[in-house]
Every structure is written in structure tokens, then in C-alpha cells.
Design a protein around this ligand. Structure first.
Ligand SMILES: C[S@@+](CC[C@H](N)C(=O)[O-])C[C@H]1O[C@@H](n2cnc3c(N)ncnc32)[C@H](O)[C@@H]1O
Length: 314
């Protein structure tokens, strides 16, 4: 399994990555982006926090946000409105076609526009940049280039990053609270997964595709897609520390994400009250509590967690 970032990419590898996306786009959209109802439960809380980061203390009535590598556009579309305008860019025509059509379906086309563009092209008249799960698909060389370009936008532009980051174990022993939280979270997760299995109907095609994706990754030495690998904390800091102050750093989408994925696997796209209002929010809350303690003790080596960074320029 790939553990280190690719130093430099090449045309063959880029094509392999593109082909992987073309082949697996449908399955990844299901298992990663998930349904609108699931997005509202597991994504909206941190996306609202992100929106606040961009709009708080802004003198403008409406901010203009650039979302780079927006894929099908769901991330910023969820929070787009008359005060939060989004320009989404991506190098995949197929993904953008979905983004454009979904903006219409969700009545957001007034606030969301899309352009085919490489990650290294930036308009200058923007108030904020959102990067949601894009950077870990780039090589080290591409990242250097990306951050150089990012520096060219006005200094007042805020940046939000959501990326998978390998958990760094502290070596410290868990406290009684850590132990208790771990026990409750593990029990809750297994209860939810069993309930999802019992209530739903297994999506056999999705299971087959996901198994094939993991099998291909294992055979080829990939993390999941050909180019991707989560960040090491120090590695990401290297790109950020000279030019940005980290206003806030927090982890999201751990147990709630696993539960939501098990619902998708069981074709439960619109979970009822119990999952939507009780079980998943409770899991997110417990995770949040656990992150205050020594949660890393219980995490297997080389596991990633989704980490959000609110950044302002120095
Ligand atoms: C993991 S997906 C994330 C999509 C979306 N932000 C989300 O979180 O669902 C990565 C996206 O980055 C796009 N991408 C990868 N490399 C890119 C590049 N060099 N320029 C522009 N888009 C790129 C892919 O087409 C894909 O839509």
C-alpha cells in the first residue's frame, strides 16, 4: 500500500489516475459523496462552520468562494446562497457536467457556477478558497507548484482545507475517560452497522466494485486510487507553515462516516429519525469528545482521519 507521496507525476500516471476516476466515478460518488440526506447529517455541521469562517468579519454582503477540484460540486452547493457564491473548478468534464445539472436540480444555479480548469489556475477576485479532498491526489512536485500559485491570490483571501491525514500516535496511555469513550463508540458503531445490515438490502454491485477497488489497490501498491495518499501532519505543515496561520484545526467524519457508509452499502439513502437524529449525531458528538483525549491509542497504524484546516495568510 502506498505510504509515501509520489515525488513527480508523469503523463502515464496522470492518465492512469484519470482512467481510474472514469471507471469508478459512479461507485465513488455513492460511497463518498453519498445521498443528500446523509450529506445533511454528516457533512453539513462542518460545512456550516466553514461558511462561518469565510463570512464572519467579512465586510461584504456576499462572499465569492473558489472551490478547487469541486468534483460534482456537492460540498459548496450545500451551503451556497445569496451571501455565499461559489465558482467550482475541476479538470474533469464529466464531474462538472453533474455539478451543473445538480445545481439546477437543487435550485442553486444562481449561486453556483462551474469552470473546467486545472487546479493551478486561480482567478484573483475571490474572498475564499475551498479545497476538499483534492490535495492528497497530487504529487509532491504538483503540490509545490499548487502552493506557489495559491500564494499569488490576495493576502486577505482565507483558505479552507479538508484532507485525509495519517494519525500520529502519541504513545501516551489512555485515561479512564478515553477508555470509556472508546467502549461506547465501538459499541454504538457495531450496533449501527448491524442495524443497517438488518434494515437494508445489500447493494451487491457496490460491494463488488468496492472489493475490486481495494483488490486493485492491493495488487498495484496503491492507497486507493493510483496517485493518492493521505498526508503526514508534518508534510502538510511544511507546505503551510511559512505562509499561513492555522486559525483552527479539527477532525470530522470518523464514526459517523463509517455508519453512513454502511447505510449506503445497504441502500439506505434516506435514514429515518433514529439514524438521522439520534445515532449518527450521537456518534459525531462522542468522536468530538474523544478527540480531546488520547484517542490515537485506539487507532491502527497508518489510519487516516479527515482533518479540517482554517487558514489565513501571514
Ligand atoms: C477526491 S475528488 C474530491 C471531489 C470533491 N471536492 C469532493 O470532496 O467530493 C478529487 C477531485 O479533484 C479533481 N482533480 C484531481 N486533480 C486535479 C487537477 N490537477 N486539477 C483540477 N482538478 C483535479 C478530480 O477530478 C476530482 O473531482
Amino acid at each position: 500500500m502506498r505510504q509515501e507521496r509520489i515525488k513527480t507525476s508523469n503523463a502515464a500516471l496522470d492518465k492512469e489516475e484519470m482512467d481510474w476516476w472514469d471507471t469508478n466515478a459512479g461507485a465513488i460518488e455513492k460511497i463518498w459523496a453519498m445521498s443528500f440526506e446523509l450529506q445533511k447529517i454528516i457533512r453539513l455541521p462542518y460545512l456550516k462552520e466553514m461558511k462561518k469562517f469565510f463570512t464572519d468579519n467579512s465586510e461584504k454582503a456576499s462572499v465569492k468562494i473558489l472551490e478547487i477540484g469541486c468534483g460534482t460540486g456537492w460540498v459548496c452547493r450545500m451551503i451556497a446562497d445569496e451571501n455565499f457564491h461559489v465558482l467550482g473548478t475541476d479538470f474533469s468534464k464529466g464531474q462538472l457536467a453533474i455539478a451543473i445539472s445538480e445545481a439546477k436540480i437543487y435550485n442553486k444555479e444562481k449561486y453556483c457556477t462551474y469552470e473546467l480548469a486545472d487546479a493551478s489556475s486561480f482567478p484573483t477576485d475571490i474572498d475564499g478558497v475551498v479545497i476538499h479532498a483534492l490535495l492528497h491526489h497530487l504529487s509532491s512536485q504538483e503540490l509545490v507548484f499548487f502552493f506557489e500559485k495559491l500564494k499569488k491570490i490576495p493576502k486577505t483571501t482565507k483558505v479552507f482545507i479538508y484532507e485525509p491525514v495519517f494519525v500520529q500516535k502519541t504513545g501516551a496511555m489512555p485515561s479512564l475517560t478515553d477508555k470509556l469513550l472508546h467502549k461506547i463508540i465501538t459499541g454504538l458503531k457495531s450496533f449501527c452497522l448491524n442495524l443497517a445490515n438488518r434494515k437494508g438490502i445489500k447493494d451487491e454491485n457496490l460491494v463488488i466494485t468496492m472489493n475490486k477497488i481495494y483488490e486493485d489497490a492491493k495488487n498495484n501498491g496503491w492507497y486507493i486510487s493510483p496517485k493518492e495518499v493521505p498526508f503526514y501532519e508534518a508534510e502538510l505543515n511544511n507546505y503551510l507553515e511559512n505562509d499561513y496561520t492555522v486559525r483552527k484545526r479539527y477532525i470530522v467524519n470518523k464514526t459517523d462516516f463509517d455508519i453512513a457508509q454502511s447505510l449506503v452499502i445497504n441502500k439506505i439513502y434516506k435514514p429515518g429519525f433514529l439514524f438521522s437524529n439520534v445515532l449518527i449525531p450521537f456518534a459525531s458528538w462522542l468522536d468530538k469528545l474523544s478527540f480531546k483525549g488520547n484517542y490515537t491509542f485506539y487507532i491502527a497504524p497508518q489510519t487516516h482521519l479527515f482533518t479540517c484546516f482554517e487558514l489565513v495568510r501571514k
